[in-house]
Ligand binder design. Structure first.
Ligand code: MCN
Length: 795
């Protein structure tokens, strides 16, 4: 059996368990726990006048009712603002339970605890909240007028305003560069709201042990260590007294990085107060109105370019609808603003954005996190330049590409982590060449003509992106070999379906030279690994992958030292093959890793048959010598951390062929092609799975998904009946090719892959529809009715 598994298409090890119903998701736990339910605001903007709980008190099984007034001091405070930024001058976060004003439909106002969820909901339905209506502010256009305010103390509803400017090589600013360019285009783009829609919603289940005053919390989270820290702080507990475990998590897509959610504080707090287990699992409507949305931008673009399509200056102004609160700071618009440039040199660049408060659900990162908006802007710009100059759309892109010999390439901007935005490696011309070949770009005009002759309307589009991945500050890995020869790997970040159990085992198997079926992986359990940041920003492979590799290398070195002693050999002459440490060129002189594990701590002699054999093997009487050599620690285990100097930049290009129906304006994707570069691939099959899932979400964003609010701030489509996600029938077969330009920044040469699929899809589909129809597309998503209206407007 080979143990060189890095780069192999290893089947996902977790899937057998997950697809046969053996996963343990949040709501599978705590079957006998008390259940929490919430009274949530039915109004987008209102002052709470009175809360009358009397009718609910008669409900059988009711255990407790809490309002903001009932909360202890620290739980009464607003939730933390997780990523402050100097430009976020008016950051605002919600209270766990609304204090006097509600600012969006779905905001929690009262918490009810009962013996089961039905009774909790029954009691919640009987609670009467008296509201004084305030004027809701809905949509960017209304908000920027500043007549009515979401937060009384935030003038103009502007939470943040930021300008970043990068002059061209001559020192000229973008506005001057645009004005002086031979050609200038100016346009507006509109991007609607969408949201993460994991199959499993948020959820939390807490147990309080009054005897040792410790709290165990299970949370469907993307970041268990941060939930732990937040809970310890909010509940006034020492960190070691709090354990947070992410069980199997049925998708997150960004929404579960926010921490702590109100429910994540209230449920453990109630468990402590009541001395009982308490659980809450979000229902779908709650997910729509009480979690978080994203996308939601209006962009104004001015671009100046020359006859060859080369950019001289780009000036972009972004209005970002942030909803009612900014718990995650302004990370989304910052990412849009700074990663918009993609694989291009743009001459001078100026970007300005405002984060605008509205009486709608808060905006926090959703897969792609601001990049789909940025790529939509940049790629629409490229297509308009091509149309203006009558150039091939790929030629305009190629004319502006950063070239392979220009890396590391400094875009002159500050990345979201506050470090300079420097691309580490890539080969954009080669990606484009591969993509054109894959989709058959050059042959398409003839195909289009043939289709037209048959009365069919087809079009082709392309979109490119560069994605900062693997952001720091750190992630760690712990690796232990036990006396049965098994390898136990743990890392603190969590998994939501990315296949970490498989890829981290591949890394450990490769580094330690052991068969993969001897490796087990634990993630997201603070009992096993307490220091971690979390799974977001396509960072797990880069961060935990490298940390685990480094920890394995420590263990490997130690194993060689111990085995060298046993084999009376030089460690430099040893290798680990199939779980045996052996002398290179002399496979007979070998000692199993299991034995090495015993030798690393021979005091286990009395309890362990393997230990007896091992000590006989070396002739060591365990009590006659110290358990470990001087300078060594007992046990065959190691821990290490990986902390990058800066992020690594993955990239890719997508192309699609669409057909539009002349009558119904329905848009069908006929072909979809992806060229993707995430550096060295740990598991190409998993990366392809990630790309497929991402493209599926992107198809939703391109054609179907939008959050429809009425003027009163009511979300009109808060169910899967009305919020359209693509089915398998709407997702085309995705043809994928990989390019591997290794990252020079980390030992394994990896870049991230988890978000890539979703990023350019709206831009690509818009371009293809535009090509098919010969009309200009300036918004995403583009539904049949949008297309119908555009056709009519175009006459
Ligand atoms: N991978 C690889 N080789 C590389 C890079 C990645 O084999 N060069 C593998 C990784 O080992 C991992 C997967 O691809 O198994 C994704 O890796 P990475 O890019 O590091 O992304 P993360 O694991 O950090 O996952 C986060 C990312 C994000 S930000 C969102 S949002 C998202 C996504 O992953 N949410 C998901 N993919 C998701 N997939 C599922 N099923 N569910 C979600 O909620």
């Amino acid at each position: 059996m080979t143990t060189r598994l890095f780069g192999e298409r290893v089947q996902r090890r977790e899937d057998g368990r997950l697809v046969t119903g053996q996963g343990r998701y949040l709501d599978d736990l705590g079957r006998d726990a008390l259940a929490a339910a919430f009274v949530r605001s039915p109004h987008a903007h209102a002052r709470i006048r009175d809360i009358d709980v009397s009718a609910a008190l008669d409900v059988d099984g009711l255990v407790a009712i809490y309002t903001w007034e009932d909360l202890p001091e620290r739980v009464r405070d607003p939730l933390p603002l997780l990523i402050p930024h100097p430009a976020l001058t008016h950051g605002r976060t919600a209270y766990c339970l609304a204090r006097d004003v509600v600012r969006h439909v779905g905001e929690p106002v009262v918490m009810v605890v009962a013996t089961d969820r039905y009774l909790a909901e029954d009691a919640a339905a009987l609670i009467e909240v008296e509201y004084e209506f305030l004027k809701p502010v809905v949509g960017i256009e209304e908000a920027v007028q500043g007549v009515h305010l979401v937060h009384e103390d935030v003038p103009g509803n502007v939470g943040a305003h930021l300008v970043q400017e990068v002059p061209d090589a001559t020192g000229r600013g973008a506005r001057d560069a645009v004005d002086a360019a031979p050609h200038v285009l100016e346009f507006r783009l509109d991007i609607e709201r969408s949201a993460s829609m994991p199959l499993e919603g948020r959820g939390v289940y807490a147990r309080w042990d009054p005897d040792d005053r410790s709290l165990r919390v299970y949370s469907s989270t993307q970041t268990s260590t941060s939930v732990r820290m937040a809970l310890a702080a909010k509940l006034g507990l020492p960190l070691p007294s709090v354990e947070v475990i992410a069980p199997d998590v049925g998708g997150g897509f960004g929404v579960k990085i926010v921490h702590p959610w109100p429910e994540e504080v209230l449920v453990p707090w109630a468990a402590m107060l009541l001395g009982r287990e308490v659980k809450w699992a979000e229902d779908r409507r709650e997910h729509f109105v009480s979690s978080a949305h994203e996308r939601a931008q209006v962009q104004h673009v001015r671009v100046g370019f020359d006859d060859e399509g080369r950019l001289h200056g780009l000036d972009v102004t972004i209005q970002h609808d942030h909803g009612a609160y900014t718990p995650y700071g302004i990370i989304v618009p910052i990412i849009t603003a700074t990663q918009l440039l993609g694989p291009y040199r743009v001459g001078a660049y100026r970007v300005e954005f405002s984060s605008i408060y509205t009486n709608t659900v808060q905006v926090t990162p959703y897969r792609g996190a601001g990049r789909p908006q940025g790529v939509f802007c940049m790629e629409r710009t490229m297509d308009r330049i091509a149309a203006h100059l009558g150039m091939d759309r790929t030629a305009v892109r190629a004319a502006n590409f950063i070239q392979p010999d220009q890396f590391p390439y400094d875009q002159g901007l500050m990345f979201q982590d506050g470090r300079p935005l420097i691309y580490d490696s890539g080969d954009y011309p080669e990606s484009l060449r591969m993509l054109k070949e894959l989709i058959g770009w050059d042959a398409f005009p003839a195909e289009k003509e043939r289709a037209a002759a048959e009365g069919r309307t087809i079009g082709i589009g392309i979109g490119c992106y560069v994605e900062g991945t693997g952001v720091g500050p750190y992630e760690g890995g712990h690796v232990q070999v036990t006396s049965d020869g098994r390898v136990h790997v743990s890392t603190g970040l969590t998994s939501q379906g990315q296949g970490h159990e498989t890829v981290f085992a591949q890394i450990a198997a490769t580094e330690l030279g052991v068969p993969i079926d001897r490796v087990s992986v634990v993630t997201g359990d603070t009992r096993r690994f307490g220091y971690a940041v979390g799974t977001f920003a396509s960072r797990a492979a880069v961060m935990s992958g490298n940390a685990i590799a480094l920890a394995c290398r420590k263990v490997r070195d130690k194993a060689l030292r111990i085995a060298a002693d046993a084999l009376e050999a030089d460690p430099r002459d040893l290798e680990i093959v199939d779980g045996d440490v052996r002398v290179v060129g002399n496979p007979g002189a070998a000692v199993p890793l299991a034995t090495v594990a015993v030798l690393s701590n021979p005091l286990r002699y009395a309890f362990d048959e393997e230990a007896k054999r091992a000590t006989q093997f070396t002739g060591t009487a365990s009590m006659d010598r110290p358990p470990v050599d001087e300078g060594e620690e007992p046990g065959l285990e190691g821990r290490d951390y990986y902390s990058p100097v800066r992020s690594t930049f993955a990239s890719g290009m997508h192309a699609a062929v669409v057909e539009t129906d002349p009558g119904t304006a329905e848009i069908r994707i006929l072909r979809y092609a992806v060229v993707h570069d995430c550096g060295k691939l740990i598991n190409p099959m998993i990366v392809e799975g990630q790309i497929h899932g991402g493209v599926a979400q992107g198809v939703g964003g391109a054609l179907y998904e939008r959050m429809v609010y009425d003027g009163h701030g009511q979300l009109l489509n808060a169910s899967f009946m009305d919020f359209l996600m693509p089915y398998a029938t709407e997702v085309p077969r995705i043809e994928t090719a990989h390019l591997e330009t290794p990252s020079p920044l980390n030992p394994l040469g990896i870049k991230g892959a988890g978000e890539a699929g979703v990023i350019p899809v709206s831009a690509v589909v818009a371009a293809a529809v535009e090509d098919a129809e010969g009309i200009t597309i300036s918004r995403m998503p583009i539904s049949p009715s949008d297309l119908y209206d555009l056709r009519r407007a175009a006459g």
